[in-house]
Design a protein around this ligand. Structure first.
Ligand code: 2AM
Ligand code: CA
Ligand code: CA
Ligand code: CA
Length: 264
């Protein structure tokens, strides 16, 4: 398998797809509801997923695609087999619609379930976070350093405000002490960017509960290259195909985060 060639091709496609989305922020985009008024999809989500489906079918007909919008669902796909491109065409659709920024294209390429290549591209900021396993992670042309020693007092924690009010996933009171001790809390609204920001030190821990493979597949490759930790709430490695309750973190901060999350 020529991974360098796949990497360069996937990078070019991701940048090209990003340009479509950057231009779309200047147009009127048709918005539909999926499961609720808080769960949006636009014609651009579908167009970008289809863009990857078409290119992969032409160039790598033996590869699979797993995408949020499920447009390639006629494929019979076993996650632990062969090469799969896990694509979120727009991660942060609400931001895309409301803010016209703070969204990303996420692409993770996995072989037999193992991470190989990751891209998280913010087309408005023109920031491409990218990594090939074993070769370091980059923000555009800059190598990202390993994550530095830090304490919770010096950390920015990212958590969806939904988990801080009554909800059906978690007891919302368990985070109080962690949030009080942290330097700050931030939530962007794009899981892929959240993970890429942990990898680049803009955030230190990102916690979420209902993520899917396409939200995290690209970011996990990038964060892995700077020695980040990706753990479930019971301290197991995150399975990209069934994420569960997830912590993406600077490894120096995670123990202290755990100590301050009252798991009961
Ligand atoms: P999306 O924009 O691709 O749907 C904030 O909503 C973050 O959580 C985004 O990364 C969003 O991805 C993701 N997310 C995952 N599941 C979601 C859901 N059921 N509803 C809204 N956002 C969801
Ligand atoms: Ca969505
Ligand atoms: Ca997503
Ligand atoms: Ca999406």
């Amino acid at each position: 398998m020529n991974w360098n060639e796949i990497y360069e091709t996937a990078k070019a496609w991701t940048l090209e797809a990003g340009e479509i989305l950057r231009n779309a922020t200047k147009e009127t985009v048709k918005v539909e509801y999926k499961t609720s008024a808080a769960d949006l999809v636009t014609q651009k989500d579908k167009e970008i997923e289809q863009f990857f489906i078409d290119r992969i079918a032409t160039n790598y007909p033996e590869h699979f695609l797993l995408g949020e919008e499920g447009l390639a669902s006629d494929q019979e796909y076993d996650p632990n087999q062969e090469i799969v491109w896990i694509v979120d065409p727009i991660d942060g659709t609400t931001n895309f619609v409301h803010q016209k920024r703070n969204f990303a294209i996420s692409v993770g390429i996995y072989e037999f379930g193992n991470p190989k290549i990751g891209f998280v591209y913010d087309p408005v900021a023109d920031e491409l976070f990218h990594a090939q396993v074993g070769q370091g992670a980059y923000l555009n042309n800059q190598l990202l350093p390993r994550l530095p020693q830090k304490t919770l007092e010096e950390a920015n924690i990212s958590i969806n405000q939904l988990w801080l009010v009554p909800n059906r996933y978690v007891d919302y009171t368990i985070f109080t002490s962690m949030i009080q001790k942290a330097r700050g809390t931030r939530y962007i609204g794009s899981a892929a960017l959240e993970i890429a920001y942990v990898a680049s030190g803009r955030l230190d821990t990102y916690i979420d509960f209902r993520l899917s493979s396409w939200d995290i597949a690209g970011g996990m490759v990038i964060l892995g290259e700077v020695d980040g930790l990706m753990k479930t709430v019971d301290d197991k490695d995150i399975d990209v195909f069934s994420p569960g309750i997830t912590y993406f973190s600077n490894k120096h901060v995670l123990d202290e985060v755990y100590q301050n999350v009252n798991k009961k």
